[in-house]
Write a protein that binds this ligand. Structure first.
Ligand code: COA
Length: 334
């Protein structure tokens, strides 16, 4: 058995910045409410008329990750792509990346685990490397939310939170099993699927049925029971971080860097307090980007690394919670 380690990190954020004040021109909201409840100051939304999509942004982030890894495209053995906002209903974005980057005809799979998507994706990739099946895997998280949000007052409880962006990493074989990804922990609880959901179009409620609906059918916009999600998130984040620490005989104080999924700054602050971590031990960038679901953990990890906040030998913890419900963690010896 091998371990896997991250050898290259990349990100791509669309240029177009949307501030809270910009949102208040579209709907009844305001900067104070958004900052107080979520910590978000601005987010990036793909500008209408530009080419970016989940796959294209994912390809841009991947290019950076592969360049930084020192490998070439030909060295990539497999693609794992996490997104809840794919370019097409099918096929998935993974195969688009293969084409866009001109990779060999390697396998490509898509992961559908929303905010937990990237941690699930890295766990899947890790298993392929552990068993020796693949040596270098491209793992991508990318989301294009802005085109699917209700930008009226009706949608304000959800729309102000989400942003667009992408991150990617190259995961590679590590012979020393005390280094790299030490363990990953995945969970789900489908009974709460309807608490955070985009219901349609689904195969049981397809486009003609939406259009034929006598009352306005808004099931194609995301629905979220925010308070319910919040309460579950703080519990599950804590549990899954503890599970990872215990599995590796680590204590709370052994965490050098916690990268929580950027759902809400208040959730991250709650976890920080619970684990008695200093500001230097937790990385947040939700203030700039909002919640980019499957892209958030990998964008944050990339920025923490770019800012020199992660050093060789550090214990890095990734943790996420989201729609499903799903939640997950990864414990990494950098
Ligand atoms: N601007 C201004 N007012 C808003 C608003 C907005 N953008 N969105 C909602 N409100 C209003 C509501 O209509 C409600 O008004 P009322 O009291 O007159 O009915 C009031 O603010 C409180 O709404 P509520 O939904 O109870 O707010 P909250 O304190 O729960 O905060 C969230 C809302 C969404 C920020 C919060 O619940 C949250 O972050 N939940 C977790 C979300 C999350 O992490 N999702 C991603 C998956 S991990």
């Amino acid at each position: 058995m091998y371990n896997s380690k991250i050898i290259g990190l990349g990100k791509y954020l669309p240029e177009h910045v949307v501030t809270n004040d910009d949102l208040s021109k579209m709907m009844d909201t305001n900067d104070a409410w958004i900052q107080e409840r979520t910590g978000i100051k601005e987010r990036r939304w793909i500008k209408e008329g530009t080419d970016d999509t989940s796959a294209i942004m994912g390809a841009k982030a991947s290019k950076m990750a592969i360049e930084r890894s020192g490998l070439t495209n030909d060295d990539i053995d497999f693609i794992v792509f996490a997104t809840m906002t794919p370019d097409y209903y099918f096929p998935g974005c993974g195969v688009q990346i293969q084409e866009m980057l001109g990779l060999k005809n390697v396998g490509a799979i898509d992961i559908r685990n929303q905010c937990s998507g990237f941690v699930y994706a890295i766990s899947v990739a890790d298993q392929f490397i552990k068993t020796g099946m693949y040596k270098n895997i491209l793992v991508v998280g990318s989301e294009y939310h802005s085109n699917g949000l209700d930008k009226t007052t009706r949608g304000r409880g959800v729309t102000v939170i989400f942003g667009d962006g992408a991150g990617a990493c190259v995961l590679s074989r590590e012979e020393d099993t005390t280094k790299g990804i030490l363990s990953t922990h995945l969970h789900s609880e489908g009974k709460y699927a309807d608490k955070l959901i985009v219901e349609s179009p689904s195969i049981k409620h397809w486009v003609p049925q939406i259009l034929e609906s006598e009352e306005e059918d808004l099931s194609y916009f995301p629905y979220m029971d925010g308070t319910f999600v919040f309460k579950h998130a703080v519990v599950r984040f804590s549990e899954v971080i503890m599970e990872g620490l215990q599995k590796n005989g680590l204590q709370k104080e052994d965490i050098d860097m916690l990268i929580p999924h950027q759902a809400n700054l208040r959730i991250a602050q709650f976890i920080q307090k619970k684990f008695a971590l200093t500001d230097d031990q937790v990385f947040n960038n939700i203030q700039k980007y909002g919640n980019t679901t499957a892209a958030s953990v990998i964008i944050a990890l990339t920025e923490a690394w770019e800012e020199g906040k992660i050093k060789a030998g550090d214990n890095v913890v990734l943790a996420a919670f989201g729609s499903g419900f799903t939640w997950a963690s990864a414990i990494i010896k950098w």
